[in-house]
Design a protein around this ligand. Structure first.
Ligand code: DOR
Ligand code: ZN
Length: 452
């Protein structure tokens, strides 16, 4: 695996559970070799002067849908990972609702091979579990999946939700092998019921999407998953949490010490249902953006550790799919490139301590998906994945700035405090000032390090 030799000097290191402190970092052969003061430049090819800057572990975005293979008319891995690279994300965990869905070991292997030549950052791959492939669980794990995505609700790719027997079996296997299952937790029957009702009422305003998937859809699924985890010991991770009712269930489960964790995304923290008026269907996403009380509950959960990870849920679509009324418009938008800049702004305006960023966006996802401390850490022996932030810089999100086939995002036009100055992948500078400066994609496929 290629790796560079670099010294990052004079910066302020931001690590989880610590106050930021001044230190140099030396990376040799792609791995962190030393952290300390006044490190020598012996053995390095390049020195970055990080005076006045924050130095963080590269971000591990545990939740991206980069659409390759099969859905590349929406976007592809080259665009997706170049967006990641310029904005401080050094590892992405890629979701399996591509075409074909990643439902067998051989499909996983082929996907890894295809993506390897296109990856601007390192990547891990999820498999998918549904009724027809639970018996493939062990083989997919042995092939190197970081975990599985399970879709309980309808989403892009129309993967059928597994029945309760398959869920029980998958979670039993999860417990045995220590493999996490990431759940899209929205009850499909309830989503269907409410959607039909709201459609029949004649509504087609953008906020009708919220009414069509009310909190009980999340609450029912999360409740069931907590019970299944309690009985099987399986590792349940609820992704893109959007409802306060789900947060309350998660908090109670974690207080009891159950094997359940949760993720939310910047759009649930930064938007609420009053924004349907402003942004229309641009903010249509599953689960939906909800009222202010949900937004506030999510912030509290992020700050008190109930929610332990953030993911971008990068979910690009083609422009024609994002048009039309609320029922026709596709759910989701690009997110991997805005992920860190949006959260850095939140830290710089005092909404969260800056050391929560490497905790929520690097360390916790890497631990959960068993790629820590190779990824998601800055300690001697870790991969030299680093992001350097200029707190005095500014980031303006524009269509031109976004590296996506279809640069669609509700955050276009937002001005943010702070800028990603450098992204370093295994000791190699791959981006500077939001421009790629690498001659070729240097990312590699990462398999879990833990037991399996
Ligand atoms: O809005 C969404 N879009 N939510 C998901 O969970 C999946 C995603 C997609 O793949 O389009
Ligand atoms: Zn999802």
């Amino acid at each position: 695996m290629a790796g560079g030799n670099i010294l990052i000097r004079g910066g302020t290191l931001v690590l989880p559970h610590h106050e930021p402190f001044k230190a140099d970092i030396k990376i040799l052969d792609g791995k962190v070799a030393a952290i300390g003061t006044s490190l020598s430049r012996k053995g390095v090819d390049e020195v970055i002067d990080a005076t006045g800057m924050y130095v963080l572990p590269g971000v591990v975005d545990e939740h991206v849908h980069m659409r390759e293979p099969g859905l590349t008319y929406k976007d592809d891995f080259t665009h997706g990972t170049s967006g990641a690279a310029v904005a401080g994300v050094t590892t992405v965990l890629e979701m399996p609702n591509t075409k074909p869905p990643v439902e067998s070991a051989s499909i996983l292997r082929q996907k890894a091979k295809l993506l390897s030549s296109k990856a601007y950052v390192d990547f891990g791959l999820y498999g998918v579990i549904h009724n027809a492939n639970v018996h493939e669980f062990e083989d997919i794990v042995a092939e190197g999946a970081v975990g599985f995505k399970v879709f309980l609700g309808p989403t892009t790719g129309n993967i059928p939700p597994p029945d309760d027997g398959s869920l029980y079996e998958a979670l039993t296997k999860s417990a045995k092998l220590g493999v996490p299952l990431a759940f899209h937790a929205e009850n499909a029957d309830l989503v269907r019921y409410f959607t039909e009702k709201v459609k029949a009422s004649g509504r087609d305003d953008p906020a009708a999407h919220e009414a069509a998937r009310p909190p009980i859809c999340e609450e029912e699924s999360i409740n069931k998953l907590i019970l299944l985890s309690k009985r099987t010991g399986g590792k349940v991770h609820i992704v893109h949490m959007a409802a306060k009712e789900g947060v309350e269930l998660l908090r109670a489960a974690r207080t009891k010490g159950l094997n359940v964790t949760g993720e939310t995304c910047p759009h649930y923290l930064l938007l609420n249902s009053s924004d349907y008026l402003k942004y229309g269907t641009a903010i249509k996403v599953n689960p939906p953006i909800r009222g202010k009380e949900h937004q506030e509950a999510l912030w509290r959960a992020v700050l008190d550790g109930t929610i332990s990870t953030l993911g971008s849920d990068h979910a690009p679509h083609a422009e024609h799919e994002k048009r039309g009324n609320v029922w026709e418009c596709a759910a989701g938008f690009t997110g991997v490139q805005t992920f860190l800049p949006l959260m850095i702004h939140q830290a710089l305006i005092g909404k969260l301590p800056i050391q929560k960023i490497p905790e929520l966006m690097s360390e916790a996802p890497a631990k959960l998906f068993r790629i820590w401390p190779k990824k998601g850490a800055l300690s001697v022996g870790s991969d030299g994945d680093v992001v350097i932030i200029d707190p005095n810089g500014e980031t303006i999100i524009t269509k031109e700035w976004l590296r996506a086939k279809y640069p669609i995002s509700p955050f276009i036009g937002w001005r943010l405090k702070g800028a990603v100055k450098y992204t370093v992948l295994r000791g190699m500078i791959i981006a500077k000032d939001y421009e790629l400066i690498t001659d070729r994609p240097k990312g590699v496929w990462i398999k879990p390090l833990g037991k399996h």
